[in-house]
Design a protein around this ligand. Sequence first.
Ligand code: PHB
Length: 397
Amino acid sequence: MHRAHWDRRNFLAAAASGAAVAALPRTAMAADPVKVGLIVPKTGPFASTGRQVEAACRLYMQTNGDSAGGRKIELVVRDDTGTAPELTKRLAQELVVRDHVSVLAGFGLTPLAFAAAPVATETKVPMIVMAAATSVIPQRSPFIVRSGFTVPQITAPMGEWASKNGVRKVVTLVSDYAPGIDSEKAFVKRFTETGGTIVESVRAPLANPDFAPYVQRAKDAKADALFVFVPSGVGSAVMKQYAERGLNTAGMKLICTGDVTDDEQLNSMGDGALGVVSSHHYSAAHPSAANKKFVQAFEKANKGLRPNFMAVGGYDGMRVIYEALRKTQGKGGGDALLAAMKGQIFESPRGPVYIDAQTRDIVQNVYLRKVERKDGELYNVEFAVINDVKDPGKEKK
Ligand code: PHB
């Protein structure tokens, strides 16, 4: 009897406080954690991207504490499986409506970022694109901010470097989807403007590509160099075909984006990768104190896994979120957070970066690098830098 009475009193008290909480506007609940909904491929062909981005977000939180602007920060991670835009859209909706996330983040591939963009616009929730790299992405929603990179930002400088360094004729080989087409266009434009000639442009499918016939076609077209872009995780398959079909011995150099000589896969590519020149915004061998600290901490927290450029997009994306919470004193609200994200300027492990307030895109240095063996391991060693590169994809054509 006594016990039943006690239980009921407690139940009534709990119910009453529950009702009171529900009646408060969400922004008034400052004690609530701020949730960041991270949507990345944790399974499927692009699982390495999800692994890198998530590990880097967690490392940022571990290094910088799990609160900012007086609010605790909680990461809510969802697997988009890498290739399903409809699933990404549903996950984004659920994260906003059911989990009440204040920020959406991640987005491993362009079609998935495109799919989530309308959710960010409709719900006014900032969306940090940490990985996907097609030029137009931030134009798909005024709530998108990019912390990774854009492919034209990388391939235009490569076009110019190639034509100025003795490469006259090039065959291009890219994955046949938005970032591949973007990378091809920007490379071809800058390379031909600076005197180069394109012999042939080959595009391989994104899904389950067998690169053998595409690499063979490139070889048959005969050129000084083969230019390649494929998304992170796919580089070793192309590199294998390049070596097996003897393009190197036929006098066709490989030039590419750093997505191909991806730091996570590079060591397993072997000596065939030695001497390959790529352009990119991040190398694990970038010689700065901030990067050495980042690489060491990342490897320590992840059983020796080397961070790649996807990790840096995730790490810096968390930085942008933390700083926005600090600036808004933890009050949140999509518009205020977004405003506090624009114009941020900071030193990333990749070098100095800023978020362009007009385009919401990242401006950063682009490096030319050559694969070399250092202390027994393969690295992309930087040998030239172009400072503060904006996305040339947004230039008026
Ligand atoms: C993209 O889909 O936008 C994408 C994915 C992986 C990369 C680059 C671009 O390495």
